[in-house]
Design a binder for this molecule. Sequence first.
Ligand code: ATP
Ligand code: RIB
Length: 307
Amino acid sequence: MEISLGHKSKIVVIGSCNTDMVVKANRLPIPGETILGGTFYMNPGGKGANQAISASRLGAEVTFISKIGYDLFGLQALEIYKSEKINTDFIFTDSKSPSGVALISVDSFGENSIIVAPGANRSLSTEDISKAVSKIVEADIILIQLEIPMEAVEYAVELANRYGKKIILNPAPASGLSDSFLSNIHAILPNRIEAEMLSGVKVTDIESAHRAAQIIGERGIENVVITLGKEGAYVKEGEMYTLLPAKEVEAIDTTGAGDVFCGAFSVYLSEGHSLTDAVKFANIAASLAVTRIGAQSAIPYRSEINI
Ligand code: ATP
Ligand code: RIB
């Protein structure tokens, strides 16, 4: 399926909307410790939103299915999605919950740790998703993460499958998933921690990434892409295994790097490129993002990617 020039592929992203509260420090605190950090930033985020904006900036026509609270954070997020040319017809509002918030610490190497208070994300329902069936039917790819209820995720996968859609799953945050669920996914994109959760193998090097990819594959998924931070991504495509390195850059903030990777991967795949080329494209986009502060503010545009 090669998309002709000028015609955008269609991606439906189903996932979370958060506002990120970020503090940079020399290092991350250990349990029980208070440390002094640097400047505080408040940025729009959420894995679903970051991936939707990535897909839109990188060239796809995007519908985002999500839920906000009836508050300033939610309304601001909605305005941002509109300005990013995302279809917001299926952004629902929960008047009883606050919008999602993420507390993020970033160390001097750009590594982060995150706690999410899901708020309204927790009430995205199967009924909400069923309202977007027309968009799911016409999509080239459905992209999902796990910051929304598992019931909604399972329903979305079942619905998309019914219409023969390619489903890309970013299994973040890490969670146990059944083999029968996994067998309906076209490609899964875990990071090291999520890959360990799914395979039982601690991913520390290429050999362990290979074993993890193999085990995840045996659970019923043909295509596995384990992202390895600055090492790039380890790819299982059917019976082929390859390490595809990231670009060498100076990382300032890796927050959302995985989201840019997923958005970029989905766009390139939806345009009819091979899985390997989609990973190469995603590595370039994500390595650019880590050279900039923030999640959404760091997302590159298509014109910045030379492949
Ligand atoms: P995060 O949670 O920080 O958003 P993640 O843990 O989901 O990220 P990673 O495996 O850390 O995902 O990174 C995703 C992709 O981002 C990598 O596969 C790579 O392409 C790019 N990347 C991450 N860190 C770096 C880095 N230091 N230098 C270059 N590219 C990087
Ligand atoms: O992947 C990064 C994102 O995770 C942040 O934007 C934060 O909101 C959490 O969802």
